[in-house]
Design a protein around this ligand. Structure first.
Ligand code: FES
Length: 107
């Protein structure tokens, strides 16, 4: 299990123990975290699972795929250098303690 902290659009923080191999969207939705819509269920076609990764830890994540980069151009909230699609980031031990902030809107 990998402890990940999600900051909901309201500012509330929710810490979840995410199973290794699960993606950050799956864990958020399964635990009722507010603000992730995930219309496509994780198929990397909707861009409604947009999150901001703790900038200091961004480099620890595998880089986004071409598909993810393309979809990030369509996110509703401001796209920032630390924007990622949460369905494309899998939990592993190296992400322990990661903070993920959910933007105010997804659609
Ligand atoms: S859930 Fe659709 S792109 Fe992530």
């Amino acid at each position: 299990m990998v402890a990940i902290t999600y900051v909901e659009p309201s500012g509330s923080k929710v810490e979840i123990n995410v199973k290794e191999g699960w993606n950050l969207m799956q864990a958020a939705v399964a635990n009722g975290v507010e603000g992730i819509v995930a219309e496509c269920g994780g198929s990397c076609v909707c861009a409604t699972c947009h999150v901001y990764i703790d900038p200091e830890r961004l480099a620890e994540l595998p880089p986004p795929s071409e598909d993810e980069l393309e979809l990030l151009e369509d996110v509703k909230a401001e796209r920032k250098p630390n924007s990622r699609l949460s369905c494309q980031v899998k939990a592993n031990e190296s992400l322990l303690g990661l903070i993920v902030t959910i933007p105010e809107c997804q659609t």
